[in-house]
Design a protein around this ligand. Structure first.
Ligand code: ZN
Ligand code: FE
Length: 254
């Protein structure tokens, strides 16, 4: 079994520990903040054996070296971004699979937010760790890549089973919902989800993880095929990549 432990870090990040009960291996998905990660390990009685990095940003790889020094763990990261992943030991890229105890993680290159951003998909566990590529009701800002690259990346997520749990790296959902409603107010699934999000946040509860099926139904960045969205951004009948690009551009100025 693959156990997932979610760790609030910094102001709005989520770190994750994954633990394979068969092999007793434990990985940290990214290293947003060393203190809470070590506290979670101590609480569970787990020893850190791996770090799986999604991308180079400080709130994802900033704790790598301190954790490696303490735990002597193996750091896995993107081959095409190896120079920016501190302490990297194993380089992986799109199409590779990484063995984690009794589990296999498929690696997707999901460039766009950064070049060389990767995601880890554990198909037996129905779990996707996508860093800042996909958020609940959002997607990462395009700091380094083009809309074409990001749309290609998001298409890989759209192809996953609806039951896939989406473990993204930030609690941005409530503000993402406001934007999503502005570009697709007709979407009743989105309206309903937005109410649930407000209720969860009012109680201080996380809105993450989400599910791929729910994202496909409500996340505007996965919905350029929606005729309502196309009409609302003034691109009825346009290529999906152009609808995505215009939706992303509007979010940047929202
Ligand atoms: Zn980032
Ligand atoms: Fe981030």
């Amino acid at each position: 079994m693959l156990e997932v432990h979610q760790i609030p870090c910094l102001s709005d990040n989520y770190g994750y520990l994954i633990h394979d009960t068969d092999s007793d291996l434990t990985a940290s998905i990214d290293t947003p903040e060393v203190g809470p990660i070590n506290a979670a390990l101590a609480q569970r009685g787990w020893s850190l054996t791996h770090i799986l990095n999604t991308h180079h940003h400080f709130d994802h790889a900033g704790g790598n070296l301190e954790l490696k020094q303490k735990w002597d763990c193996t750091i896995v990261g993107s081959r095409s971004d190896a120079d920016r992943i501190p302490g990297i030991d194993i380089e992986v890229d799109d199409g590779d699979s990484f063995t984690f105890g009794s589990h296999q993680a498929q690696v997707f290159n999901v460039s766009g937010h950064t070049i060389g951003h990767i995601a880890y998909y554990f198909d037996q566990a129905d779990a996707l760790f996508c860093g800042d590529a996909l958020f609940a009701l959002g997607c990462g800002r395009l700091f380094e890549g083009t809309p074409e690259q990001m749309w290609h990346s998001l298409s890989k997520f759209i192809a996953l089973p609806d039951s896939t749990a989406v473990y993204c790296a930030h609690e941005y959902t409530q503000s993402n919902a406001l934007f999503a409603l502005s570009v697709e107010p007709e979407n009743q699934a989105l309206v309903a989800r937005s109410k649930e999000i407000d209720q969860l946040r009012a109680k201080g509860l996380p809105t993450v993880p989400s599910l791929i099926g729910l994202e496909k139904a409500t996340n505007p960045f996965l919905r350029p095929a929606s005729l309502d969205l196309q009409r609302n951004v003034g691109l009825e009948g346009a290529e999906l990549v152009n609808v995505f690009a215009e939706t992303r551009r509007r979010k940047d100025h929202f």
